[in-house]
Design a protein around this ligand. Structure first.
Ligand code: 5RP
Length: 228
């Protein structure tokens, strides 16, 4: 039986066209996408890719996926990434894998962003899980206190008992807010907090969602002003 993650991953690479600059997100769903992309490249597809994490970069290299960087390109045509939560407006919580800063840099530089998930990531309202927030190590206790003052239950992320360190040399705090009234406003106040590098809230960056349940893929397009 093929997993739903693999099914959406395979489907997503159909959106990649010859000549594109492609942003590669990270996580286990994206890893499945990389295998499918590697296969298309073997069959002759010509693309250049920008990875959003060191892990993705390593796997992409292993699969002979050609890479580039922002010194050579000034925009990305299409990014494919996963998510930890997605709501009905296609806003996201990301950062389960701790790569949210680079993922956001890549997503914001992209004309189109496709998010691939299994249906368990779909929520009515964002915030069922804590929001990952990347903060600089210096003064992290102070930054955590400021985030607590915003109403968060703050946990410094640890892996195997050690403080998790991001690809950028920073820490991640997972911040659980009880009830998020306005996700956009919350994102703004978190970003204004000194010591915060970036939040795992991805608002208004997604163009298309592919979500799989029991082998069936649902496709949801972001409604744009032109559609109205
Ligand atoms: C990493 C992410 C991932 O996209 C997110 O955690 C989903 O991961 P997975 O595909 O393994 O479920 O945001 O920072």
């Amino acid at each position: 039986l093929i997993s739903d993650k693999k099914i959406v991953a395979i489907k997503s690479v159909n959106y990649i066209e010859d000549g594109m600059i492609v942003g590669l997100g990270s996580g286990s769903t994206v890893n499945q996408m990389l295998y499918a992309l590697g296969q298309r490249i073997n069959e002759g597809l010509k693309v250049k890719c920008i990875p959003a994490s060191k892990k993705t970069e390593r796997l992409a290299k292993d699969l002979n996926i050609p890479l580039t960087d922002f010194s050579k390109v000034s925009k990305i045509d299409l990014t494919i990434d996963g998510a930890d939560e997605v709501d009905g407006d296609l806003n996201l919580i990301k950062g389960g894998g701790g790569s949210l800063v680079r993922e956001k840099v890549v997503a914001i530089a992209s004309d189109k962003v496709i998010i691939i998930v299994d249906h368990t990531k779909e929520v009515q309202k964002l915030g069922q899980i804590p929001i990952p927030i990347e903060i600089i190590p210096f003064g992290w206790r102070m930054t955590s206190r400021y985030l607590e003052e915003l109403g968060a239950d703050v946990t410094l992320r640890k892996v195997a008992g050690k403080r998790f360190v991001s690809d950028n040399g920073n820490y991640i705090v997972d911040c659980k807010f009880d009830d998020i009234l306005a996700v956009n406003e919350l994102n703004k106040v978190i970003k204004q907090t000194v010591g915060v590098v970036e939040t795992g809230l991805f608002i208004e960056v997604v163009s298309k969602l592919l979500s799989a349940k029991n082998g069936q893929v649902k496709i949801i397009d972001k409604i744009t002003m032109e559609d109205l």
